[in-house]
Design a protein. Structure first.
Length: 114
């Protein structure tokens, strides 16, 4: 199992980023996927999830209406579109198979700062 997250960076408050997570080592279309984030000094926390077919999504309250999770099963890739970013969104972002938390990628750093 491998996850390769990308697309992070430094952005001003109110800006946008699109994260990607390329996966391999499992049958992507069979699994729901999730994005997590870990802010400095805090535990890793769930941000959003998407069903295996993409028809169902869920978000934590703090990002609902600003973030959109999506997936392309032909490319074995899950995305996180992040709009209207806030300083409190600063974290390392990870994707993972929902409920299968034994393996993690290296994550991608998102920093929101003036």
């Amino acid at each position: 199992v491998q996850y390769v997250e990308s697309g992070g960076g430094l952005v001003q408050p109110g800006g946008s980023l699109r994260l990607s997570c390329a996966t391999s080592g499992f049958t992507f279309g069979n699994y729901a996927m999730s994005w997590y984030r870990q802010a400095p000094g805090k535990e890793r926390a769930l941000v959003a999830g998407i069903s295996n077919g993409g028809g169902s999504t869920n978000y934590v309250d703090s990002v609902r209406g600003r973030f959109t999770i999506s997936r392309d099963n032909a490319k074995n890739t899950v995305y996180l579109q992040m709009n209207n970013l806030k300083p409190e969104d600063t974290a390392v972002y990870y994707c993972v198979r929902t409920g299968r938390l034994a393996y993690w990628g290296q994550g991608t750093q998102v920093t929101v700062s003036p």
